[in-house]
Write a protein that binds this ligand. Sequence first.
Ligand SMILES: Nc1ncnc2c1ncn2[C@@H]1O[C@H](COP(=O)(O)OP(=O)(O)OP(=O)(O)O)[C@@H](O)[C@H]1O
Length: 237
Amino acid sequence: MSIIFSHVHKTLRRKTDRTPVLVDASAEFPADQITGVLAPPGSGKTTLASLCTGKFNADKGRISRNSLVSFPVASGGIFNGLLTGRENLAFLCRVFGFDPVPIIRFIIDFAEVGKAIDKPFNSLNRDERTRIMFTAVYAIPFELYIVDGTLVGGRANFRQKCEELVAERMRTSGFLMISSSPSLLGKHCANFLVMDNMALHPAASIQDAQDRLGADRLRDGDGYAEGVEGVDNTALH
Ligand SMILES: Nc1ncnc2c1ncn2[C@@H]1O[C@H](COP(=O)(O)OP(=O)(O)OP(=O)(O)O)[C@@H](O)[C@H]1O
């Protein structure tokens, strides 16, 4: 059970701007382990996460997935702002093949959002949206959670609960954590890769990963975001 990249090429394009992110990259991300990919800022962490979740396709090469892979933790773009929280969550559960009823019940209780669950998502305050987004991903029993820099979030009491929920998930599921922070990956991960110069390389330890990149190219952080944004307000057709 894993995500396997075989000779993957990916270039991002915007008008005349072309940024190669991966060139002939091969790697395996096991679904039953906590794996850290250490990467400098701007090197393509979000692109790698998007290739893993299937949001992006490779330009060339092959990506195979034989486990249930999450959407990236706290990814706001996954929620449509014009739908209610409940409608968004029901849609997500069905896409991933789960009965929405118990999962939505869990999210309402855990995120402590009450009646806000039935209001359009873009009318909620940032704190309510943040609590729903973090709870949503961890409430769905994925086999492999994809973390693009941010692991936990929300304010005060919710942050504590979120950390406990993550610890519980880490006991039963795999995580692929892509980050520029050696301390975040060193704290949680058991095996490591480095993303640099458009390639993915295994590393023996977080120290080895950090030495390969150089501490001055990295940005330490704890993977915590008090609030997250990025709701998709596109009208439904
Ligand atoms: N549509 C695009 N076209 C061309 N280049 C892009 C496009 N989107 C992003 N880029 C550039 O491609 C590189 C990789 O982008 P990506 O967002 O995957 O990196 P990242 O490591 O997640 O960045 P950050 O550390 O800022 O979160 C960045 O240098 C970015 O400026």
